[in-house]
Design a protein around this ligand. Structure first.
Ligand code: ADE
Length: 349
């Protein structure tokens, strides 16, 4: 594949020319993220949805090195997955692509998510977290919290409407978003929304393969979106991955069968979702503290699993455990997880 030009690669994919966005209508801005081969920059797009006067802030994924064929191929593959996926509220949606530039480069234009990735957001809000779970794992919904939830749209949560912000606003949210506190209700809402996004992916037969808090982005109104699906995961980040063979793998998020037999499925995504829940309810801790690589695999094979985090309600702890069943068939589906979370919320409020 290395000898194929970008045009050739695009040609053998079901790429729809309607996605093509003119390069000259994209004004690149600051860098939002970077990995080994790729980077994401903020940009202003003029006329994304046909209206010339329409200027929209977007995120543009691009390969850093114009000569790296593997990185380019990965981004082409991600573009293909995004086109296949179609739009869903809880997925970072495709807006367009620039494939016809003079130099050999590819830009993939996706929705801009103002609050960045969930992992950083959780870590940045550890100091203003509102815990609504007692020592026994019961949800504490006192009058004040109930008021906040009702005012902030907990009702809409049940109606499956696009969620609105659950943050307890301490300051003007636009002037300083770190002034927004995060509550247990937010954590549950994000958990629910990520399950919905993953249920959508599963319905489209797309494996994420790298579900983790770093790959969930937060948009306006408390909306959580699953990002970075497909092959691109192998290319774009270095941080949490461990070398196994030639590939960088997110070992601590991988299902036991992926680690031992390299089997990946929607049910291995469910395992990763369980680890993601653990990250959410520890406010962004690194999973399996003190355990690394081969030791971790041996421990998992012996049946070791992480405990319910203190900030997690009992029901979320039960979901985590069920996601980590050794037999993939015994794990719940994403739609069952959605059901478990929403029924829990109905019974407590
Ligand atoms: N970082 C990586 N992708 C992003 C996006 N789509 N929006 C905001 N920040 C990002």
């Amino acid at each position: 594949n290395e000898d194929l030009s970008l045009d050739d690669q695009i040609e053998i994919l079901p790429y729809d020319r309607r996605w093509e966005f003119p390069r000259n209508r994209l004004k690149l801005g600051v860098q939002l993220g970077a990995g080994c081969f790729g980077r994401v920059v903020k940009a202003e797009a003029v006329g994304v949805k046909d209206a010339e006067e329409n200027v929209q802030t977007v995120a543009v994924k691009m390969v850093r090195s114009q000569t790296n064929a593997a990185a380019l191929e990965a981004l082409v593959s991600e573009l293909k997955i995004l086109i296949h996926l179609g739009a869903h509220l809880n997925v970072v949606n495709l807006l367009g692509a620039c494939t016809k530039t003079l130099i050999r480069e590819l830009f993939v234009i996706v929705e801009y998510c103002r609050f960045g990735n969930l992992q950083s957001y959780l870590i940045n809000h550890r100091n203003n977290f509102v815990n609504q779970v007692d020592k026994l794992g019961n949800l504490l919904i006192d009058a004040a919290i109930q008021e906040i939830n009702t005012a902030a749209g907990m009702n809409r949560f049940y109606e499956y409407e696009p969620p609105v912000s659950f943050g307890v606003c301490q300051k003007d949210p636009d002037s300083n978003f770190y002034g927004m506190s995060v509550s247990t209700a937010d954590l549950i809402s994000w958990s629910f929304q990520i399950a919905r996004g993953m249920d959508y992916l599963a319905s489209k037969k797309v494996l994420h393969g790298d579900l983790a808090a770093r790959n969930v982005l937060l948009a306006d109104d408390g909306v959580a979106k699953v990002a970075d699906f497909g092959m691109a995961r192998k290319m774009y980040y270095e941080g949490n991955y461990q070398q196994t063979g030639q590939k960088l793998m997110p070992v601590k998020w991988m299902a036991i069968e992926s680690l031992t037999d390299r089997i990946f499925s929607t049910q291995s995504d469910v395992w990763s979702y369980g680890v993601l829940l653990w990250e959410i309810f520890t406010l962004g801790k690194v999973p399996y503290p003190g355990l690394e690589g081969n030791t971790l695999v041996r421990q998992l094979e012996k049946g070791y699993r992480m405990e319910k985090p203190d900030f997690a309600p009992t029901c979320m702890g039960e979901i985590m455990s069920s996601c980590w069943k050794a037999d993939p068939k015994e794990r719940p589906s994403f739609s069952e997880i959605e059901e478990m979370i929403s029924s829990q919320m109905e019974s407590t409020v």
